[in-house]
Design a protein around this ligand. Structure first.
Ligand code: NI
Length: 176
């Protein structure tokens, strides 16, 4: 297994909605190997989530996990979850503003409003139905990854660009 190369902002693959994964595709060794590669790459890059179009594959696959992450030291743990063809329903009208970064937009952080809680429906990597209720940080990560699969990045969701900050200045001025 190897680390996959991450597409950065400006690569068109990040701006195209990803295609749903069929049952046959999901069962194929190629897609299963790809999922393993996405998990490895997310961990190696200290991400808390990764969408398939971020590694140049326009399919509705995302992985999320958070365990003592050096890029997000204050983040609560999220168990490893593979989301196939995810669909979101917001549970809260109220939005919560918090910091986000993205492996495709290196070294930046911005304050992004997101629904506080949601329900995510889709499939797991074995093709079994998946239903996740999430709030707070986990709900934020799921929304961020589902946005990727729709061809969006967190910058599109920002309402105050004066919060966009380089990581070096984030530690100095914002993360107190
Ligand atoms: Ni991202």
């Amino acid at each position: 297994m190897w680390i996959l190369q991450i597409a950065r902002l400006g690569h068109p693959v990040l701006r195209h909605p990803a295609a749903p994964v069929t049952a046959d595709e999901l069962a194929s060794p190629e897609i299963q190997k790809l999922i393993d590669g996405m998990i490895l790459t997310m961990r190696e890059c200290a991400g808390v989530g990764l969408a398939a179009n971020q590694i140049h594959v326009s399919k509705q696959i995302a992985v999320i996990e958070s365990k003592k992450n050096p890029r997000y030291p204050d983040a609560p743990d999220i168990p490893l979850t593979v989301l196939i063809n995810p669909r979101l329903t917001s549970l809260s009208v109220k939005k919560e503003v918090s910091w986000e970064g993205c492996l495709s937009i290196p070294d930046l952080r911005g304050a992004v409003p997101r629904a506080e809680s949601l329900v995510c429906e889709g499939l797991d990597r074995q093709g079994r139905p998946l239903l996740i209720e999430a709030k707070g940080f986990k709900a934020r990560v799921i929304q961020h990854e589902c946005d990727h699969l729709a061809g969006k990045v967190y910058l599109d969701r920002m309402e105050d660009f004066s919060t966009l900050t380089h990581l070096a200045e984030f530690g100095r001025f914002w993360n107190k």
